[in-house]
Design a protein around this ligand. Sequence first.
Ligand code: GLC
Length: 421
Amino acid sequence: MQKRTFLSLSLGLALSACVSSIAMAQTTLRIFTGGQQRPDVMRKIADEYEKRTPGVKIEVEVGGATSEQQQQYLNTVLASKDGALDVILIDVIRPAQYSAAQWAEPLDQFLGADKDKVMARYLPAYREANIVGGKVIALPYFADAQFLYYRKDLLEKHGVQPPKTWAELQAASQKIQAAEGNPNLSGFQTAGAPIEGTVCTYLVPMWGAGGNLTDASGKLALNTAEAKRPFELWASMKAANVTPPNLAEIPTDRIRQNFQAGNLLFAMNWGYVWQRTQGDADSQVKDKVGVVPLPGFTADKAATCVGGWQLTVSSFSKNKKAAFDFAMYLSSPEVAKMQAIAASHLPVFPEVYNDPEVLKANPWFAQALPVVQTARSRPVTPAYPRVSEIIRTNMNAFLAGSKTADAALADMSRDLATVIR
Ligand code: GLC
């Protein structure tokens, strides 16, 4: 009898240990991020999430130096319906493509009755970018836009104000470059390599000149004076030696490196650059950097691209609910603040811009919110990869000197007409 009690007792204990180990079973979630989106900061945020969420382990996978390289890799993974990734960080230009390809699990089912309330917290551009055909395709992780970075110390030394127009920028650059007499000091750089960022090297001055890719009826219309302005602007900067002869080889992060090494006066670049210039051990420009809105052709009319990164739950994930919960954490004001301080990632929540600790780390955020709010979207279409390729390769060919402005614009117009009607 006694023996039986003991037996059933130990059986019961073993059983309950087994049950609790099932309850404690590890769920491993794998998130994909790009090299420029600060995987180190993502890792710290994931550590915090693991602490709060017993039983969940996060693996961070990093790939691709630029937006289109990241997507090339993801195309292969997702086209084969590979379930290895649970959460994927995607560029703001991609939700329409992910929705059409059915790579992103619509999140409405998890958001349930809270959907409108949750989406209402975000800046409108990010709310809109992530809802496709009425469905929530992704949740915003951080906002972005292009700004003008400048060497505060050198502008002050030469009595020059931060430029509000491209003409002022060119004149300021020529003056300071001549006075400094340093052959390594480049005047201005924007992305010129055939990468995603170069789409904005075309669109920003075109929009700033008052132009649009399409006319009032939504038809592609590049036979305008405004559509030529970017070519004229970059040709003028090149002739004045303000941009370097190899601009066509320069991708986004190289500009950051050149600026950080002290070899560049003005840079058109995204939000992440600030923290790197202030926080990296090798930075030569700590406390010597200013950030202002981009110049325009006239002081009152500047433009910038909406940028930023979003969190999708992969349609092929085997842990969609757990993946969604993690994405919700990443897409919270608390994490927006952590990212703003650690990586100068612009928040998707308007109130985080006014947080004293955020402003202490990023004094220029005080002027950044209106820039993000008025930034313009690159074309929203599932065919965006093709649109991007057409614009960036033609802009690049012009900058490389292998196409004239007229030829680049004519090719752009002809090819875009097959995707944007
Ligand atoms: C930044 C932006 C992104 C953009 C990319 C281009 O990462 O956030 O939207 O497409 O730069 O280089």
